[in-house]
Design a protein around this ligand. Structure first.
Ligand SMILES: [Zn+2]
Ligand SMILES: [Zn+2]
Length: 211
């Protein structure tokens, strides 16, 4: 069964999600935003083994805790990211513009692609490719648990910015309509910033893409 621990960390108040299969205790961190030691301590407390780091996209505030997590793990976690965001990853996630020089941790070696299935024990995560906020943005959908980790694609009452390098408004809207609004209305959306919401709530009330 999927278990989820949420954190809000770092200078951009980014949500990081520590997820695990409760039977095997195999764990992943979706967007290890910042302060990796806090995420590690929580995993240790629960007896979970972090084997994967999964990035919805490579902005610095979503990967800033990766180095500290990887430094404490042996074997190293496998890092997964869509190839279209590798340039951004190599550029430190764009943090230099904001004065942040992060330790990006191990190089991503697993390439996300549309329809890919990731497994933690018996829990299956479906990768959906959702460019717009960045060229390689992806979301992770667990249909059996009615939950989707949606990064900076869509927020409660808002959507991801498209004014950073590689952003594209038309792509963002298309990604939301084809990849998020096609999930059941009751699906929980766990975003990269702010409180959780649902697909149905955003379909009805999101001022940018709903109504
Ligand atoms: Zn972002
Ligand atoms: Zn963000």
């Amino acid at each position: 069964m999927l278990e989820i621990v949420s954190f809000t960390l770092g200078p951009a108040q980014t949500n990081a999600y520590l997820v695990a299969d409760s039977e095997t205790k195999e764990a992943a961190v979706i967007d290890p935003a910042w302060d990796g030691h806090l995420i590690l301590a929580e995993a240790q407390k629960r007896g979970w083994r972090i084997a994967h780091l999964w990035y919805t996209h490579a902005h610095f505030d979503h990967i800033g805790g990766a180095g500290a997590i990887a430094d404490a793990l042996n074997p190293l976690p496998l890092v997964a990211l869509h190839p279209n965001d590798h340039v951004l990853w190599r550029a430190g996630g764009g943090g230099a513009i904001f004065g942040f020089d992060i330790d990006p941790g191990p190089e991503p070696t697993i390439d996300f692609y549309q329809g890919q299935i990731l497994r933690l024990g018996s829990v299956e995560f479906e990768v959906r490719f959702t460019p717009g906020h960045t060229p390689g943005h992806c979301i992770l959908y667990v249909s059996a648990s009615d939950v989707c980790f949606c990064g900076d694609l869509i927020f409660a009452g808002s959507v991801g910015r498209t004014d950073f390098p590689g952003g594209n408004w038309d792509q963002l809207v298309d990604s939301i309509k084809t990849q998020v609004f096609t999930m059941p209305d009751e699906t929980r959306l766990l975003s990269g910033h702010g409180p959780e919401t649902t697909v149905g709530e955003e379909k009805r009330n999101n001022p940018f893409v709903g109504g």
